[in-house]
Ligand binder design. Structure first.
Ligand code: ZN
Ligand code: ZN
Length: 360
């Protein structure tokens, strides 16, 4: 029988009670000042993206590389999200991927919505799992530093900082409530939805061999993590929503940072591989209905082959276009140079001509 983790349990029960009791009182007395609403929005954004882009896609899955400033930001704001250190979080999450839907899965959805959502955090984990899946992260000095001072960073950045910001606008208690308590409660449950609802509601376009689902609605609450079926199938991809219109602010943040040179080596799954996964998942569904036949199998192979040819032709087309464009640039440069030289020779010759003409 696993023992209760009283620290986690009390915090997870008391924080929503404080938010639901004191926030309405504060709103009644002070209204909803813009300064506090902006503080709430920014603190939600900073701590949530540090979890989704930092703890999850960078530290747990290594789906891209980032410089020290970005890592430090993720570690500081990630601690303020109060979901444990990056080391513990990533180790648990890697275990979730490796043993999804089994007894070894720390937030196993087979034990029900409440267990996967929050119940697992109420219980003490078996010490044999402690940071077991993240030996590489233990070696990272920044991650080790955050693990050591996690509680101090969490209190200073998660509560003291927003209180001081609120105080600067004349609302110290408001800063604590909006940027601290309410923000942490909202961020907690939005992240927890990934482990609960994203394993219960939605579609399974890429694989039904595990419980993870794609859910457009949850993508809005989870900064893009709602495309969880794709994520479990291709966990090393820096994207979760792969179409341009998929709501995935985490992907957009990582991509924008790469344009500035702050992140790089963004891992992307090949389109052909994705198509093969979709067709294989469809095949299983059709087989379960009992009408998959040889004709469908050859059609599947034909589609895969045609798609592979499209990808190949596209790559060659783009390479040739780039090559022609470089050739064109070089030719234009040569012509400009020739024009310039000829003009100069013409001008100098004409000047000499005029001079000689006058002398004659
Ligand atoms: Zn999952
Ligand atoms: Zn993951």
């Amino acid at each position: 029988m696993r023992r209760i983790n009283w620290g986690n349990t009390i915090f997870l029960i008391v924080s929503p009670i404080i938010a639901l009791t004191f926030l309405p009182i504060h709103i009644t007395l002070e209204g909803m000042p813009w300064s506090l609403l902006i503080l709430f929005a920014f603190s939600c954004l900073a701590t949530s993206v540090s979890i989704t882009g930092g703890y999850h896609r960078l530290f747990s899955h290594k789906s891209y590389e980032a410089n020290k400033f970005v890592k430090l930001f993720y570690l500081i704001c990630g601690a303020a999200a109060l979901q444990g250190s990056a080391l513990k979080w990533s180790s648990d999450h890697r275990r979730h991927h490796r043993h999804v839907d089994t007894e070894e899965d720390p937030y196993n959805i087979q034990k029900g919505f409440w267990y996967a959502h929050i119940g697992w955090i109420f219980l003490k984990d078996d010490p044999k799992y402690a940071n077991q899946m993240a030996p590489d992260l233990k070696m990272d000095p920044l991650i080790a530093w955050q693990h050591k001072y996690y509680y101090l960073i969490a209190v200073v950045v998660g509560f003291l900082f927003p209180t001081l910001v609120g105080a600067a606008f004349g609302y110290p208690l408001g800063g604590f409530l909006y940027g601290g308590i309410a923000r942490v409660v909202i961020t907690h449950h939005c992240t927890f939805f990934i482990n609960s609802l994203c394993h219960l509601w939605g579609n399974q376009p890429y694989s039904d061999k595990f419980s993870a689902k794609d859910n457009f609605l949850l993508a809005f609450l989870t900064y893009g993590e709602g495309f969880h079926n794709f994520h479990h199938r291709f966990a090393n991809d820096y994207r979760n929503g792969i179409k341009w219109y998929h709501w995935d602010p985490t992907k957009w943040t990582i991509r924008s940072l790469s344009i500035l040179g702050f992140t790089w080596s963004l891992q992307k799954t090949g389109e052909n591989e994705i198509l093969k996964a979709v067709l294989s998942a469809d095949k299983r569904k059709i087989q379960n209905k009992g009408f998959y036949d040889q004709h469908m199998e050859s059609l599947k192979l034909k589609i895969e082959e045609a798609h592979r040819r499209i990808q190949h032709a596209k790559a060659r087309y783009n390479a040739l276009k780039a090559d022609l464009s470089a050739q064109k640039d070089r030719k234009l440069f040569e012509l400009r140079l020739e024009l310039k030289t000829a003009k100069k020779e013409f001008r100098v010759g004409l000047q000499q001509w005029q001079t000689l003409k006058k002398l004659g």
